[in-house]
Design a protein around this ligand. Structure first.
Ligand SMILES: [Zn+2]
Length: 190
């Protein structure tokens, strides 16, 4: 980190320091620094991360970094450089960043970590119906139901939280499901 010419952090600390830590969808730690740069846990710069040398660059870097922190939990570590690049290109604007990513992310299976909630169980406590609410950023209003070995993609009815209708997308195993989710991911985000 090079600071001599940069503005002090808003907290008043003139020395470079970490300002936030987050984890990617696949569990990698990311550190954000007071100069606007972003590093992995061991201090290695995230590819494409800013290395500001002027207060103007620092301001832009901080705006982009804030957005990256906001979004990175939805993405895998190998996707993060693309997120960083998009956030910088879009000058930290959320919707422009998402638009850039939407264009570039089509057709890749990643960033989706299933979190199952059991809705119904049999007498032995074995789940018979489970639901996974998909990340809103990639699959807004969608959930996956797992019942009797079948995965069904469901859509939450607008204005009726918790009420779902069938989308006709089904899969018989997780691999198939991943393909299905890839096809319908993010492109539907408006
Ligand atoms: Zn600070």
């Amino acid at each position: 980190m090079n600071q001599a010419s940069l503005n002090p952090c808003t907290c008043g600390d003139p020395h470079p320091h970490e300002v936030a830590t987050r984890r990617t969808a696949d569990g990698y730690t990311v550190h954000a620094w007071s100069d606007g740069s972003l590093t992995w846990a061991l201090g290695e710069y995230i590819r494409g991360s800013a290395r500001p040398r002027t207060p103007e660059q620092q301001g832009r870097a901080l705006r982009a970094a804030r957005l990256v922190l906001d979004l990175l939990g939805f993405f895998d570590s190998d996707e993060l450089p693309a997120v960083v690049a998009a956030a910088r290109r879009a000058k930290g604007d959320r919707s422009s960043t998402l638009a850039i990513l939407r264009g570039e992310r089509g057709g890749r299976v990643s960033g989706l970590v299933p979190t199952w909630t059991t809705l119904e169980a049999d007498r032995d406590g074995k789940p018979t119906l489970q639901v996974w609410t998909l990340p809103r950023m990639t699959h807004p209003g969608l959930a996956v139901w797992r019942e009797k070995g079948l995965y069904r993609v469901m859509r939450e009815m607008p204005g009726r939280r918790g009420t779902y209708t069938d989308t006709c997308f089904t899969a018989r195993n997780y691999r198939e499901l991943a393909t299905v989710l890839e096809t319908i991911r993010i492109k539907e985000v408006s």
